[in-house]
Design a protein around this ligand. Structure first.
Ligand SMILES: [Zn+2]
Length: 414
């Protein structure tokens, strides 16, 4: 009997060790596969390594456009900051050449660090998609680096730790929104103290997250985390307690440029959500059936994630929704592109993504235990929003070009 018990204990210990070992390895060495595609060197030219270089390259492409097309306007606005006087919103407005009927607003860097890819897509659009023939009735406004602080300092958020995509509205009642689900998860999302990537809690973050998952469904967890919160200034997904300064600047420019146009179509470029190497069409929920069917026409043949799948979530204070509220007299079409990087549609991918964000925010608030912790966290964070993989970049550029050419044609044909 004693022998049997000993064997039983041994089997249990081995089983637990096996499960923990498997969890440890699959989480800490997680690296989703790149898309199967041959690298196209010409796609890589649109990627630069810093905000300042991305901005220069954007201005270069804008100037090039102005030599080919009439009346192009290129201008910048400074975003006020406590620490940096060279943060700008950069605009390139290409007016409709015959009749001002339809305006496309193509925006990047709403989440600062996602601006590297957004900037690349904008420059490819300027250089490879845009032709004078497209512009009879359609004008285009490019806005580069909507959150220049986050872009320059490699954060998602602004200087005030604000998620700009939770901060946009025409009404300040946004800031009294409540998110009780978030408060239940507060300690998991916002650990205090210096980041130590080697701590047991970090090495086994997947176990901590699975424990939460067993208590709640993935969908309700995702919703609680992602919808935005307005109570914890240092916390993840903080939507602010006031509007960030660039909102008023953007609002003023949008009003002025859109004045003579009948319809406005926004594509806001994001990364980090969904299947690696895939461009997901992912608007915030839309009730208006005419807007929905028009977007379905524009993106005919592509799947739009309308919010009926499990991995769906809604957010408060979104930037694309704000433009619709601001320009309420126009026929407004909101769209968001999400370029997937870490397969966040899977459980392990979404927990890994969340962990990257938790560590980066903890580091920004409390610092790092060592230089290697800082380098490791910042590297994973950058790779999540701006993968260095040439295959990934090739796939994104090729797919974006095809989608944008079709979208321009179908928008024009409406
Ligand atoms: Zn984003």
């Amino acid at each position: 009997m004693k022998k049997f018990l000993k064997i039983l204990v041994l089997v249990i210990v081995l089983l637990v060790a096996g499960v923990l070992g498997y969890t440890y390895i699959s989480f800490n060495y997680y690296a989703p596969n790149d898309p199967e595609i041959e690298v196209d060197p010409s796609s890589q030219q649109y990627f630069q390594d810093s905000y300042v270089e991305c901005r220069s390259a954007f201005r270069f492409q804008a100037n090039k456009l102005s030599t080919k097309i009439d009346s192009v306007q290129i201008f910048s606005r400074i975003v006020p900051s406590k620490t940096d006087d060279d943060l700008t919103l950069d605009f390139c407005y290409v007016p409709a050449q015959k009749e001002t009927k339809k305006l496309l607003i193509l925006t990047s860097g709403t989440h600062g660090v996602e601006g590297f890819v957004g900037s690349a897509v904008q420059k490819m659009f300027m250089n490879e998609v845009l032709t004078v023939e497209m512009l009879d009735n359609v004008g285009i406004l490019f806005v580069h680096g909507i959150n220049p602080f986050g872009f320059k300092y490699v954060r998602r958020v602004t200087e005030n730790n604000v998620d700009f995509n939770r901060n946009c509205d025409t009404n300040k009642s946004l800031f009294s929104s409540k998110n009780s689900g978030y408060n239940d998860l507060y300690t998991m999302l916002n650990p205090e103290g210096k980041v130590n990537t080697k701590s047991l809690k970090n090495k086994f973050f997947l176990v901590v997250a699975i424990d939460k998952l067993l208590q709640e469904s993935m969908a309700s967890l995702r919703q609680a985390i992602l919808q935005g919160q307005y109570e914890h200034k240092k916390g993840l997904y903080f939507g602010g307690d006031n509007f960030e300064p660039q909102l008023a600047i953007l609002g003023e420019v949008f009003k002025k440029i859109s004045l003579d146009y009948e319809s406005v179509f926004n594509i806001d470029l994001h990364t980090g959500y969904g299947e690696r190497g895939t461009c997901h069409l992912f608007p915030n929920p839309i009730d208006d059936s005419k807007v929905k069917s028009t977007l379905e026409n524009i993106f005919d043949g592509y799947q739009i994630n309308w919010g009926d799948s499990d991995d769906f979530y809604t957010i408060n204070g979104s930037f694309t929704d704000y433009i619709g509220k601001l320009l309420s007299d126009k026929f407004y079409l909101p769209m968001l592109f999400e370029y997937g990087t870490l397969n966040s549609q899977t459980t392990i991918g979404s927990v890994k993504s969340l962990h990257n964000m938790v560590l980066e925010n903890q580091g920004a608030q409390f610092g790092y235990k060592s230089t290697s912790d800082s380098l490791k966290v910042k590297h994973s964070f950058m790779e999540m929003y701006n993968p260095s993989s040439e295959k990934w970049r090739t796939k994104i550029m090729i797919d974006s070009k095809a989608i944008l050419i079709q979208a321009m044609k179908n928008y024009d044909d409406l």
